[in-house]
Ligand binder design. Structure first.
Ligand code: NAI
Ligand code: SOE
Length: 378
């Protein structure tokens, strides 16, 4: 009989739903020693939180996250709030000895992330950051192929994350979902919101980044703030591109924008090795493109592997070969991996420490865009 892990959820927006779905489904598909229990949700608007709690099956509602992190009936705190609240909540939850699952990016900046890391490591609490794209089977499969050494020496890594939803100049900043345009709530723009995903995957697949040179642009300079009603300067980066060196000697090229008309969430990466290249695209997430130079010369070409077979990562837990899963399953997988690590008292990656390294790259990117210089990543 699996033991309960009682979840205290903070925030009931997009990620509040995605994670709740992960918690609810995981034990139906994975054999685990712990099973999540949707214990309580905290949000400032208790009426809305109650609607959320009723829909997803949370037992109770708290009006203040501080009460939730202190509550005796909670084992793990899940931080699904805008970025400016991650640190305060995580540090407080650590003091109360709770396991912490925090949304990305870890923090508003490196200094804040370091305080978070110190707090959770001092408390010795299990921790994880929701860089969920790692858990898409085709991406995990890419990791397995890279780790096998089949690619040989790596020359290039490139990634992009393109969206188009902030092009309208009359789109406000601040408040629900649009907090992403308000630097006070988000910390940065596409760098922390989108490139952070690309960087997390890149560090995982290709190792450390040593230095970066970047450029950013803010195309719409002023927007009405939803909460104040005033026109305020836009202080986030609308677009960001950067070049980098990886420790393994390869070159990196990254691009992200919310102004690529026609693209909703085009996250792609490609890695080119001496013997093999791999390519992945979120819009076709169950496929991994592979070019293998070891194939006979007249048979060489890109092949598209449908990563849905029983011997592909996670896929033995789902349907029969050939039947695809989707975006939401990455969260189910991340919950499963967290619970396995929790039971074994092992780190669940990406940990706060891993995510701080992503934060260091983000900060270096923003510093480079400002100074127009190459910046070393600490
Ligand atoms: P959202 O705007 O949909 O939801 C934010 C929630 O936080 C709302 O329920 C809001 O009421 C709540 N909130 C705000 N201030 C609060 C306070 N003081 N106390 C309690 N609750 C408060 O935002 P979304 O999209 O869910 O983003 C949340 C976090 O998840 C962000 O850090 C974001 O970067 C991250 N995210 C990660 C994704 C991924 O792919 N892993 C996808 C989308 C978001
Ligand atoms: C922004 O639109 C967003 O929801 C990000 O906040 C997420 O992290 C990304 O996964 C999808 O896009």
């Amino acid at each position: 009989m699996a033991k309960p892990l009682r979840i205290g959820m903070i925030g009931y927006g997009f990620m509040g739903r995605a994670h709740s779905n992960g918690y609810k489904r995981v034990s139906d598909f994975f054999d685990l020693d712990y099973t999540p229990v949707l214990q309580a949700v905290a949000a400032r608007d208790t009426a809305k939180a109650q609607v959320f709690a009723d829909r997803w099956g949370y037992k109770r509602v708290e009006s203040d996250w501080r009460k939730l992190v202190a509550a005796d009936d909670i084992d793990a705190i899940d931080i699904c709030t805008p970025n400016n609240l991650h640190a305060e909540i995580a540090i407080e939850a650590a003091k109360h000895g709770k396991a912490i699952l925090c949304e990305k990016p870890l923090a508003m900046d490196v200094a804040e992330g370091e305080r978070m890391l110190a707090a959770i490591e001092k408390a010795g609490v299990p921790n994880m950051v929701w860089y969920n794209y790692r858990r898409i089977p085709a991406v995990t499969f890419a990791k397995q192929i890279i780790d096998s050494g089949k690619l040989g020496r790596i020359f290039h890594y490139r990634a992009e994350f393109l969206q188009d939803w902030t092009i309208a100049a009359d789109l406000p900043q601040g408040g629900a979902a649009l907090w992403r345009l308000d630097a006070k709530a988000a910390g940065s723009g596409v760098t922390g919101d989108l490139l952070a995903h690309c960087i997390d995957t890149a560090l995982w697949l290709n190792g450390a980044v040593t230095n970066v040179t970047a450029m950013t642009e803010t195309f719409v300079k002023e927007r009405t703030h939803q909460l104040t009603g005033k026109i305020e300067p836009v202080e986030i980066d609308d677009a960001c591109s950067f070049l980098c060196h990886f420790k393994n000697g390869s070159l990196g090229l990254f691009e992200s924008t919310r102004y690529a008309r026609g693209h909703k969430a085009l996250y792609t990466f490609e890695i080119n090795g001496e013997n093999m290249s791999l390519k992945w695209d979120l819009h076709d997430l169950h496929r991994l493109q592979v070019f293998d130079y070891a194939d006979a010369g007249n048979m060489r070409g890109w092949k598209s592997i449908h990563v849905t077979d029983g011997d592909h990562p996670y896929m033995d837990k789902w349907w029969v070969p050939g039947l695809a899963i989707g975006y939401e399953h990455s969260f189910v997988h991340q919950v499963a991996d967290f619970l396995v690590a929790f039971a074994k008292k092992q780190p669940a990656h990406p940990t706060f420490r891993d995510a701080l390294q992503t934060q260091r790259v983000c900060d270096a990117v923003l510093a480079s865009a400002k100074s127009h210089q190459w910046v070393d990543v600490g």
